[in-house]
Design a protein around this ligand. Structure first.
Ligand SMILES: [Zn+2]
Length: 463
């Protein structure tokens, strides 16, 4: 990497640390003060978007912008629309899809695009691939936020330096990799491992450099916890966080047993929504000083606190190169009606269940359609103590459970239990005629294009 890039990277990190210091009071703000900040920053963002983005100028044409507007007045956007009109969406006319694609092809670590941008892609597993760019100042804001979230979990710059291990996306195209790579200037002692590595290699790498803090996909964290419980892994992290996939209760329980700690939930999305669970561990606080979050139903109507929504609409107050205003994310969440006892001004999101899993539509009794939430399919398998990991796949001929048994377990017995538990759950849901088969496997393949993430419930049928 170029030497002047290293100097830039140091500067970006120093700015990120300063941004963290500036933002320190935010978590003590009142809700009223937070909302006043959001209203003020929103007007700035809208003025900028309309002035610099031809797409938003057209998209907001019917809205009277001569006075302060509220979010509800603005039409939402989808990733597919924005990506389809990329050149009109971005506020720097030098940025084109072709330029970004070309740059991403050659990206190895943390190289800059046009001397100042960082470009990355979101996994294409959910349909539309997203390309995102961050200017150096936007990146510093993001780093500041990341330092704050890490600090909230107890991960702080100190001497001797903490040993951090990030197990995640295997390539520089992905956000988690880049954030970790871009602060590789000596704040922490840092190791980065790809979630797609074979388990024995992950175990060996961790035993060689035992970390104080690990951030890991929960499915991998649960496998590592089992390695620890069975004596092959010998580490004693004081902090563990999981991100990017659903962390099920059985995965959490395994990590608790292995390391005697409560894993944090770390939520980060390339399109700008960030948050962590608080010390009380009762849900996620999104960083609402950076991102406005609306919870809506499938028709886009606001959902009352305490009820589950089908989508989130997010508005990022710090992304000016690619303004994100009322941008749809499919994620099933519920906002707790009561403020969190921890005193933060951010609302508490009780469940982030959709994340990456698919919702399945099955043909039920009498030919009617039955919709099954991933949780309904995961919970019957949650109690199979003989299973190392599993995945449910919907194919033309029914449901297939791919199952990796534990070494100590009777594989045939576990397969039989899994099939029976799933058939029972399907019958209860009114889809008892769905064929269920079990395939035994040694490990589950991870999808490189999705950053090595694993979907526990996945449909292979066309939507
Ligand atoms: Zn809290």
């Amino acid at each position: 990497m170029r030497a002047d890039d290293t100097i830039k990277r140091l500067t970006d990190t120093a700015r990120g640390l300063r941004a963290e210091r500036r933002g320190r009071g935010v978590e003590e703000w009142s809700r009223e003060r937070l909302e006043a900040h959001q209203r003020q920053e929103l007007q700035k963002l809208i003025r900028h978007a309309v002035a610099r983005s031809p797409f938003y100028r057209e998209h907001f044409r019917g809205v009277d912008l001569s006075r302060p507007v509220t979010l509800g007045e603005l039409p939402p956007v989808t990733k597919a629309t924005l990506m389809g009109r990329f050149e009109e969406w971005v506020t720097d006319p030098r940025l084109s899809l072709a330029l970004l694609e070309g740059h991403l092809q050659t990206l190895e670590r943390d190289e800059y695009l046009l001397d100042g941008y960082r470009a990355m892609a979101t996994g294409g597993s959910t349909g539309t691939r997203g390309l995102f760019v961050f200017s150096r100042s936007e990146w510093s804001v993001l780093l500041g936020l990341m330092f704050r979230l890490l600090k909230g979990m107890g991960v702080v710059p100190r001497l001797p330096r903490m040993r951090l291990t990030a197990i995640g996306a295997p390539s520089a195209l992905h956000m988690t990799y880049r954030l970790s790579e871009s602060v590789d200037v000596g704040v922490y002692r840092r190791t980065q491992l790809a979630a797609t590595l074979p388990l024995p290699r992950l175990v060996a790498a961790l035993n060689d450099h035992p970390p104080d803090y690990i951030n890991v996909y929960p499915s991998v964290g649960a496998l590592l916890a089992l390695e620890q419980l069975e004596g092959r892994l010998r580490i004693s992290p004081s902090i563990v966080s999981t991100s990017s996939e659903v962390c099920t209760e059985e995965m959490r329980e395994r990590m608790r047993m292995a390391w005697s700690l409560e894993p944090y939930d770390f939520y980060g999305a390339t399109d700008g929504l960030w948050g962590t669970s608080c010390a009380e561990h009762r849900g996620i606080h999104f960083a609402e000083d950076h991102t406005l979050v609306e919870v809506v139903d499938a028709a886009g109507q606001p959902v009352q606190p305490g009820e589950c929504g089908a989508k989130l609409l997010i508005t990022n107050l710090f992304m000016f190169t690619q303004p994100i205003i009322r941008y749809e994310i499919t994620d099933i969440v519920r906002i707790e009606p009561e403020p969190c006892p921890c005193g933060r001004p951010f609302r508490l999101v009780a469940a982030v269940e959709g994340r990456s899993d698919d919702i399945l539509h099955l043909v039920g009794d009498g030919g009617r359609s039955v919709t099954l939430h991933p949780l309904a399919l995961r919970s019957p398998l949650a109690r199979l103590s003989g299973a190392r990991e599993y995945q449910v796949i919907q194919r033309q001929d029914g449901l297939t459970i791919r199952l990796v048994p534990r070494e100590s377990a009777d594989a045939r017995r576990v397969a039989q239990d899994a099939r029976q538990a799933m058939s029972r759950a399907l019958a209860q849901a009114g889809a008892g005629s769905t064929p269920v088969r079990v395939e035994l496997a040694c490990s589950l393949e991870r999808d490189d294009t999705a950053g090595g993430k694993l979907k526990l419930v996945r449909s292979e049928l066309a939507r």
